[in-house]
Design a protein around this ligand. Structure first.
Ligand code: NOJ
Ligand code: CA
Length: 669
């Protein structure tokens, strides 16, 4: 019996094996046998890996290891044993694109002995939808703290191909995508998505990032794409305990672009929930006082244009209650916004005088609407860490369960947002929030690496150019929106804040006193059709999903019915069609209902989508919110109702920069 057969049997039995490595056979294959990872060690005890997909090289031999000041973490190793495990397990999560999950993988752990008592367990896991590996080091007894100065992990793709990524900034992810030949990428953040010349789709990222800097890819002076870690102000990369492990270095793989979206690799490489009772964690839809500030018609600071006033708050709560929307967010509710961009000092417990927070909280409770709080820190981490526990306790006393955070500003002390310091801070917020039963929506965050599985109160985050960019910049093109799902969204949910209906900002333009608070905004507008704005509620997954426009732009609007009917708490999802940068179509199920969102780039397109995802034998009323292609007007839409079943195929007609959203609700025949 060969090892693969044996491992297959082991999978069925759910058992694990320990082999003493013999010869050069140190490899592990995915359960379907298509992906094979080979580990090798040189005479000098240097470590490397190579990967094959369908018998062809995917990754050429690529170096492994870290560089530290106190000990040698990358050479002088000997293999002491190799352990093989297999797992096939179903697990569930309280929320997510899919609540029912399967973790099916084969594992190889190479146990190595290095110089001066250094030990390393190199853990590889091969899944059908990709693989991950991580370093688990024991640095010997002498060092009290280990100073990491570099990571050597290389990513030598065997073939050239096309890639989609943002640059490898350690400060921000709010950057435009570049479509580049892999060979021409100088640096890139992750997820780094590519299609090789022979047609393999892949995406490099990381999973379970804690207490370590983020990894970006950077081409070194030998021309090799390798890991580069975000530095601390003293140029070191990280200070870790002698016994430490890194995040997983991951590779999602597929035959089609949408396979990457349907992959559950990142969550499978994270640990189960540490929050025992998750009953208070609830996906929801929300509206808020937000877009007006970005448009320049309202302000965060108190004054005659102040957005977060008591009157406005009560109006939003009424709107939410009347429209099947669970949450309301008010930015600019607390004192200190005068200091944004200056001392970055905020008061997290006291509201401005024109925002009667106790009355608003009581009104929200009476109306059954969730009041959210917002904490902009401006990057003043020392101040926020000293005040957040008390602030969160206060919010909990008001009955608040959701907190949006923001880090618009450089961190004090010269720390980078994505450094080990940043990663630790963002985690501290998540854990403190969990203590106060608060869900987190983080803006200017650290990237999503699947920690939502372990900390299911870490609901959503920004971490890419969101809607705000349309208010005061050249905006987010339809092409951008056709790359986002295949790159940033592979990491996890995004609080993009979709759904602007006033595409040309006619209401804002009519306001002659409109402020230009973030550059010249006079040329700005939404760069898609209205139907595409609706579709984004489905396409851009977020368990906290905002209808971001001013609520007066939704009042009485027939197309807002989609959001009323939409359910942010989905049970199952599937990307059913798409090509990177061209188009995307996603389906989600929540209870008995299904929702479809489709979008195209700058080209008009019709997709024929089989409705075979619908439940067999049931009839649904499909309400289609589409582009009115007879008019040259991005705000022109159609609403069409049709009876459909799983046997039907739907032609989704999309204008250039357009899209369509469809709700499917079961009806009696
Ligand atoms: C940037 C965030 O992305 C945005 O949502 C927020 O309104 C501003 N910062 C102010 O906190
Ligand atoms: Ca932002």
């Amino acid at each position: 019996m060969n090892r693969n057969t044996f491992m297959h049997i082991a999978t069925l039995l759910g058992c694990s094996m320990l082999f003493i490595a013999c010869g050069d056979n140190r490899s592990v294959s995915s359960p379907d046998g298509r992906t094979k990872i080979d580990f090798s060690i040189s005479e000098a005890g240097e470590l490397s890996y190579a990967v094959e997909r369908d018998g062809k090289p995917l990754m050429e031999e690529s170096r492994l290891g870290l560089v530290a000041e106190e000990c040698n973490l990358n050479s002088g190793f000997e293999v002491s044993s190799v352990e093989y495990n297999s797992k096939s397990e179903k697990w569930t999560q309280p929320w997510g694109e899919n609540k029912e999950m399967t973790d099916h993988h084969n594992e190889m752990v190479v146990h190595l002995k290095g110089q001066n008592d250094v030990q390393l367990a190199l853990r590889f896991r091969a899944f059908d939808d990709g693989y991950g590996f991580r370093y688990e080091y024991e640095c010997g007894s002498k060092a009290e703290q280990v100073t990491i100065t570099d990571e050597m992990t290389e990513f030598r793709l065997a073939e050239n191909g096309t890639s989609w990524s943002i640059p490898g900034s350690f400060e921000t992810y709010e950057l435009q995508y570049r479509e580049l030949p892999v060979a021409e990428v100088a640096d890139a953040n992750t997820p780094f998505t590519f299609r090789t010349e022979s047609g393999v789709f892949g995406s490099i990222h990381e999973a379970a990032l804690y207490d370590f800097p983020e990894m970006v890819l950077r081409r070194d002076d030998r021309g090799v794409l390798k890991s580069d870690l975000a530095p601390l102000p003293d140029t070191k990369k990280a200070y870790v305990a002698p016994s430490f492990r890194t995040a997983w270095r991951t590779m999602q793989l597929g035959d089609k672009a949408v396979d990457l979206i349907n992959s559950s690799l990142i969550l499978n490489l994270n640990e189960p929930s540490k929050i025992a009772d998750t009953g208070w964690i609830k996906p929801q839809k929300y509206v808020g006082v937000w877009w007006g500030m970005h448009l320049g018609t309202q302000t965060w600071v108190m004054g005659k244009r102040h957005g977060a006033t008591t009157e406005n708050a009560l109006r939003h709560i009424d709107f939410a209650a009347a429209n099947n929307i669970q949450g309301v967010l008010f930015e600019g509710w607390n004192r200190g916004w005068e200091n944004w961009g200056g001392s970055q000092s905020f008061d997290y417990t006291h509201a401005y005088d024109d925002f009667d927070v106790e009355r608003i909280a009581k009104y929200a409770r009476e109306k059954g609407v969730e009041l959210w709080m917002h904490n902009e820190t401006g990057g003043n981490i020392p101040e926020y860490e000293s005040l957040m526990d008390e602030a969160m306790a206060t919010y909990a006393s008001w009955g608040v369960h959701t907190l949006k955070t923001g880090y618009a500003g450089g961190f004090k002390g010269g720390y980078l947002h994505h450094s080990q310091y940043g990663v630790k801070h963002y985690q501290k917020v998540v854990e403190t929030a969990a203590k106060h039963q608060l869900m987190i929506d983080a803006h200017e965050p650290i990237k999503e690496t699947g920690i939502r599985r372990t900390w299911p109160n870490m609901m959503t985050r920004e971490g890419a150019r969101g809607m705000e960019w349309n208010a005061w910049s050249e905006g987010n093109s339809a092409d951008y929106l056709c790359i986002l799902p295949y790159v940033r969204l592979l990491g996890g949910p995004m609080d993009y804040t979709p759904g602007i209906f006033d595409i040309d900002y006619s209401r804002a333009r009519a306001d002659k006193g409109r402020l230009m608070w973030n550059g010249d905004n006079t040329h700005c507008c939404i760069k898609t059709t209205l139907a595409r704005q609706i579709a984004n509620w489905v396409i851009i997954y977020s368990p906290l999903q905002m209808a971001a426009d001013l609520i007066e732009n939704y009042e009485g609007h027939p197309a807002f019915q989609f959001f009323r009917d939409f359910d942010a708490d989905c049970d199952w999802s599937k990307a059913v069609a798409g090509e990177i940068g061209e188009y995307i179509a996603v389906v989600r199920r929540a209870g008995e209902n299904f929702y479809l969102g489709a979008g195209t780039n700058h080209e008009a397109r019709t997709l024929s989508l089989p409705l075979d995802f619908l439940a067999e034998g049931k009839t649904y009323e499909a309400v289609i919110y589409g582009d009115d292609t007879s008019k040259d007007d991005p705000e022109a839409y159609i609403i069409e109702k049709r009876r459909v079943s799983a046997a039907d195929t739907l032609d989704v007609v999309m204008a250039a920069k357009g899209g369509a959203a469809v709700s499917f609700m079961p009806v009696e025949d």
